[in-house]
Design a protein around this ligand. Structure first.
Ligand code: 13P
Ligand code: SF4
Length: 310
């Protein structure tokens, strides 16, 4: 074990901390996790632990979600500038304006939103349960505002008969995955299964065998009899997939699909974060209470969010 990893383990015990790591983080950061998983699965797991401190290795909205679900705990994000550009594509003010234009509509937000935006919504969803949420939480004649991801919203709406008004946000990392990259790889590996994240564009989703959240990809890879997979999401996803399935081969759809914000967290920053108890997520009590409502309304229906104990 390297000195830095040993020191992180020591500090973790002293602080009674738990380290949560998203599937897109650098491999060396994934290796020190107590739990790895998808954004919501990790936050739910964190709320169940007895730890006093949560170190969230991911992006800002994920650490905020952990704070909303565990307001009495100290939630730290080792790199405070690790944001999610998609989450930043809708502000509270923009959402309030949209609601004004559609006064009867109900609002569902992707978990990739700020706490301030969540506070103005009725329901939350993740990439794992967007279809299920549209079907279960709304009626056919409801007017539904879905923010901010246009690709997740279009995909989920196409699988239901719900009336969805779609905000035009997107993930700059997932739009770098093009259908031609997948078609080329398919020619080279004709036996492979193609699994893509619902943040990918419509043409990519159309040619995929499976459209899955990151936790869904881990489950599918394990259960499938296929031996090779083309993976249409952030490149680092092949690391947990390969680690959990050493007998199978995973090809990233393209090496261009890198989320730079996910790469900002390093072991050194995790060590500093635990040593100095920085950078703490602080949210006004009122926002915590109001942002919890859409998340609770989702957890009632939740089946698929997932985190894995390491
Ligand atoms: P998951 O919830 O599927 O892990 O996705 C989070 C994310 O930011 C994908 O880009
Ligand atoms: Fe946000 Fe896209 Fe990065 Fe996920 S991959 S955190 S949606 S920018």
């Amino acid at each position: 074990m390297s000195d830095i990893v040993a020191n992180i383990q020591k500090l973790k015990k002293e602080r009674n901390a738990v380290i949560l790591v998203h599937n897109y983080q650098l491999p060396e950061v994934q290796d020190i996790a107590d739990f790895t998983g998808d954004s919501l699965g990790l936050s739910i797991e964190a709320s169940k632990t007895n730890a006093d401190v949560i170190v969230f290795c991911g992006v800002h909205f994920m650490a905020e979600t952990a704070k909303i679900l565990s307001p009495q705990k100290t939630v730290l994000i080792p790199e405070p500038n690790a944001g999610c550009p998609m989450a930043d594509m809708i502000t509270r003010e923009q959402l309030l304006q949209l609601k004004k234009e559609h006064p009867k509509a109900k609002v569902i937000c992707y978990v990739n939103t700020s706490a301030e935006v969540k506070a103005e919504c009725d329901y939350c969803c993740t990439s794992a349960n967007a279809i299920e949420m549209l079907e279960n939480a709304f009626d056919e004649d409801d007017e539904i505002l879905f923010v901010p991801d246009k690709y997740l919203a279009s995909y989920a709406a196409s699988k239901t008969n719900r009336n969805v008004i779609i905000w035009q946000g997107y993930c700059p990392t997932h739009v770098r995955i093009l259908p031609e990259y997948i078609q080329e790889l398919r020619k080279l590996h004709p036996e492979s299964k193609v699994m893509v994240h619902p943040e990918c564009s419509g043409p990519v989703i159309q040619i995929a065998d499976q459209v899955l959240s990151t936790s869904g990809m881990l489950r599918y890879a394990k259960e499938s009899s296929a031996k090779e997979f083309i993976v249409g999401t952030e490149v680092e996803m092949v690391y947990p997939l390969s680690k959990e399935n050493p007998d199978k081969i995973f090809y990233p759809a393209t090496d261009l699909a890198v989320c730079p914000n996910m790469k900002k967290t390093t072991l050194e920053k995790v060590e500093i974060s635990l040593k100095n108890i920085v950078h703490e997520i602080i949210l006004p009590q009122e926002i915590i209470e109001r942002a919890k409502k859409p998340i609770d309304n989702m957890i009632k229906f939740k089946k698929n969010a997932q985190a894995t104990k390491k």
